[in-house]
Structure formats: C-alpha cells, structure tokens
Design a protein around this ligand. Structure first.
Ligand SMILES: [Zn+2]
Length: 59
C-alpha cells in the first residue's frame, strides 16, 4: 500500500497547506509538494519534510 501520511488528517495538512511560498507554519521550514493519487483523482499534497515524514520520495 502507498503511504498517505496526512491525507486524511486535515489538522496535520493545514500546517503546510498551500504554503509553498510562505513556508511551514510550524517550523518555518521549506514546504514541499507531492502528487498523490492517479488520473482524475490526483491531487497535490503539501508537506514539511521536517515536521512530517511526507507522502513519499520525490517532488
Ligand atoms: Zn515544518
């Protein structure tokens, strides 16, 4: 199965949701994005490598 860390936990996602420009609210670190899902279900997940393990490797 694929990791979906934070995918269903809004409280965690909001830390970095759409904050690629501002940085992580929690630690101020650089926020990264990762595509999750497939085709029409694909969506972008924001995560902070420092606060969260992240959905997976890659951008
Ligand atoms: Zn952070």
């Amino acid at each position: 199965r694929r990791s979906t860390t934070g995918a269903h936990t809004p409280g965690r996602r909001t830390w970095v949701h759409e904050r690629t420009r501002s940085g992580c609210l929690r630690c101020g670190g650089r926020v990264r994005t990762a595509a999750q899902g497939e085709g029409t279900h694909a969506r972008t997940t924001w995560f902070c490598p420092r606060c969260q393990p992240g959905p997976g490797p890659g951008e």
